[in-house]
Every structure is written in structure tokens, then in C-alpha cells.
Design a protein around this ligand. Structure first.
Ligand SMILES: Nc1nc2c(ncn2[C@@H]2O[C@H](COP(=O)(O)OP(=O)(O)OP(=O)(O)O)[C@@H](O)[C@H]2O)c(=O)[nH]1
Ligand SMILES: [Mg+2]
Length: 356
């Protein structure tokens, strides 16, 4: 049975390979939030230096035994590995431990699958899922009992069910790619029309859960989906935003960023990300109350650079209502609170000055 019940809580054991200069606290906090966003409770996090990794299972054999013991003594039913695994690594681990195994990519794609609401978002996620499954299919098929089931990792967008059938996956990929092409063409036409009419485009971007959709709602008085979960927004929404002197611009809300965004997703979401590249101005929203906010700014800047978005930015240091200690404010940064509407006029003025 395909399962759309968002409230099912699975119990996860997490394994984090630690790279040389990794900030462990950041990595643990992030993977935990990702698991929670996929409705999984994290029972314990195991970690190991990346140098000790074993090619067959990624996790060193001693550590596998430790995890096995933990699974036996607890009611954990999923292992989440914060790394990209090959099909055979997924299978070897799953066979060894007797539980479903998700890697970082499948986990993020799964969260996207749960959150896809628009037709476009569903097509993009489905394409990413199919590409992921196709490359790992032969290994996953043998573990049907665990992967063919329900819960995290196997949820399709909307009412669809994930298929572990090569022919179906391949033909669906071709169909989905065509659909995305169509969407891209419509986007391009709209863009030309807006350019010709001299309409300015402002895009809201930033780390996931920073408050982008909340800011969008405040600035456009709209009411789109806001949630304290990672990747609540997957599709772009655009609305008019009015500024002073009867001027307006088009404001667009976008999908959140995260470190090591799987390339399957970046490819599938290329049309969404293009929207950022072509904007006249980027509002980079930051959750300053997040203890890792400086790292999050860095991750966002890296992704923006990767997609070639080099234009004007205003950095919105959001959620200052949660701050009880002073923090540094640089040029082009505005301390802000969507909740308390702090500095709303100042932000609108700054947008106006950058555009007109
Ligand atoms: N305290 C406080 N909470 C805020 C503020 N702005 C947003 N939030 C909360 O932060 C959470 C995330 O908000 P969203 O607007 O969904 O964040 P987002 O950046 O769009 O997230 P994704 O779409 O998942 O990437 C929600 O629970 C909001 O209510 C703020 O100024 N202060
Ligand atoms: Mg959002």
C-alpha cells in the first residue's frame, strides 16, 4: 500500500562520516533536522573519521557491529547514512543490519516528495527520484521487502507510487523531461514579456527554514505554505509587491538551499533555480537565530555562485525577535523580524533604491 500518512514516525539510527574540516556540531544538527522533516525520530548518531571508511559498506566493520547491536536493543527501523551511497553499499548495509537504509540523497529527495504540491514541483521531484532509483535499481530490487515498503525513502509526490521497474522508470524519465521542457518554455515567454514591459523581478532565496515564505507573505500580503520543517517550499510562487510612488516589482519565493544539495535535485530543479539567476535583485534571507547561521550564509552563497547568480543582494537577517545577544551587521544586511515586522519599511526602501 502506498502510504501518504505524514504522521508516521519511523525511528532512525544515523551514521555520519566525518570529513577533515567538518564542523561536527553543524553536521549532526543538520542531519537531525532533515530526519525530523521526513518524520523520523533520531535515536542515536554514530560517526567515524572518513579515512576509516570501508568501500563495501562505507561504515567500518567494527562500527557496523556497534550499530547492529544498538538496533537490536532499540526499536530503530531505519539507518540514515549522511553520505552518498552506491546501490551495492545500500544493499550490503541493509542485508547486514536487517533494516531499511537511506543515504543523504534519498532522504532529501524524500522530503521533497512529501512537500511537492504544484504540478511542476511533483514533476521535478519525480524526475529526481526516477534518476536516483535507476542508477541503484539492481541492488535495491533484491531488498524489495525493505525498500518496496512504505515510509521514508519510498514516498512518491502526490498520489504516485514509486516503481522499482527499469522499463517504467526509463519511459517515465523521458516523459517527465518533456514536461519540464514545456514548463521552461512558458517560463521563458513570461520572462520576455516581463522584460519588455520593464517589470523588475526580485527573488527571495536562502537556506531552508530561514523564513523566506514568511517574508514573501509579509511583503505581498499573500498566504502561502509556511512550516517549521526543512524544504516546506518546493515551487516558485510569484506575486506583485507594491513599493512607494506607485512602483511595483514581481516577488518570487523559491526552494530552500542546504549543503551538498543532491545533484539529481539541482538538475531537476534547474528551471526553478534559473528564476534566481535572472532576477534583478536577490533577497537573501538568513535565520540569525540559528547558531550555524554564518555557515548557512556560506552554503547559500556557494550555491548562488554555482548557478551563476552574481547580481545585487540584500541580506535579510531574519528572526531577530529570537536573539538575546548582539550580532554583527555588515553593509547590505538588514536585521529583520517577519514576526514583529521589525524594519519592514527599511527593507522596502532598500529594495526600492536597488531597483529604481
Ligand atoms: N520567531 C520567528 N519565527 C519566524 C520568523 N520568520 C519565520 N519564522 C518561522 O520560521 C519557520 C520557517 O518559515 P518559512 O517561511 O516556512 O521558511 P522558508 O525559508 O520558506 O523554509 P523552506 O521553504 O522550508 O525552505 C516557520 O515556523 C515560521 O513561522 C521570525 O521573524 N521570527
Ligand atoms: Mg518556504
Amino acid at each position: 500500500m502506498y502510504d501518504t500518512n505524514e504522521d508516521i514516525i519511523e525511528k532512525a539510527v544515523v551514521f555520519c562520516p566525518i570529513e577533515k574540516d567538518t564542523d561536527k556540531v553543524f553536521q549532526f544538527a543538520e542531519i537531525k533536522r532533515l530526519c525530523n522533516s521526513a518524520n523520523m525520530e533520531v535515536l542515536k548518531i554514530f560517526s567515524q573519521d572518513i579515512k576509516a571508511l570501508n568501500r563495501r559498506t562505507i561504515i567500518g566493520s567494527g562500527k557496523v557491529q556497534e550499530i547492529k547491536q544498538f538496533i537490536k536493543e532499540s526499536d530503530a527501523n531505519v539507518l540514515v547514512v549522511d553520505f552518498k551511497l552506491t546501490g551495492s553499499q545500500l544493499r550490503n548495509l541493509s542485508d547486514e543490519l536487517g533494516v531499511k537504509v537511506l543515504d543523504r540523497i534519498l532522504l532529501i529527495i524524500d522530503i521533497f516528495a512529501c512537500n511537492a504540491k504544484s504540478n511542476e514541483g511533483k514533476i521535478e521531484v519525480k524526475l529526481a527520484q526516477n534518476r536516483y532509483l535507476l542508477t541503484r535499481l539492481s541492488s535495491m530490487q533484491g531488498t524489495q521487502g525493505r525498500f518496496g515498503g512504505s515510509g521514508a525513502g519510498m514516498r512518491g509526490p502526490g498520489e504516485t507510487k514509486l516503481e522499482l521497474d527499469r522499463r517504467k522508470l526509463e519511459s517515465e524519465i523521458i516523459m517527465l523531461e518533456k514536461e519540464i521542457e514545456k514548463i521552461k518554455r512558458v517560463r521563458a515567454q513570461n520572462k520576455i514579456a516581463r522584460k519588455q514591459a520593464g517589470i523588475k523581478n526580485v527573488v527571495i532565496g536562502g537556506y531552508t527554514n530561514a523564513g523566506k515564505s514568511s517574508l514573501f507573505n509579509l511583503l505581498t500580503r499573500d498566504n502561502i505554505y509556511v512550516q517549521d520543517k526543512l524544504f516546506a517550499t518546493l515551487e516558485t510562487t510569484s506575486r506583485r509587491m507594491f513599493l512607494k510612488d506607485d512602483k511595483f516589482c514581481i516577488l518570487t519565493d523559491t526552494v530552500g538551499f542546504i549543503s551538498k544539495l543532491p545533484h539529481e535535485l539541482v538538475e531537476s530543479f534547474a528551471s526553478t533555480l534559473e528564476e534566481i539567476k535572472d532576477a534583478d535583485l536577490i533577497l537573501h534571507v538568513v535565520d540569525v537565530a540559528d547558531e550555524n547561521y554564518e555557515k548557512n550564509i556560506k552554503v547559500t552563497n556557494e550555491i548562488l555562485n554555482d548557478i551563476g547568480a552574481t547580481q545585487n543582494r540584500i541580506v535579510v537577517l531574519n528572526k531577530i525577535d529570537l536573539m538575546n545577544k548582539p550580532f554583527e551587521v555588515k553593509e547590505n544586511e538588514i536585521p529583520f523580524s517577519v514576526k514583529k515586522k521589525t524594519n519592514l519599511e527599511k527593507l522596502k526602501d532598500a529594495i526600492y533604491k536597488k531597483l529604481f
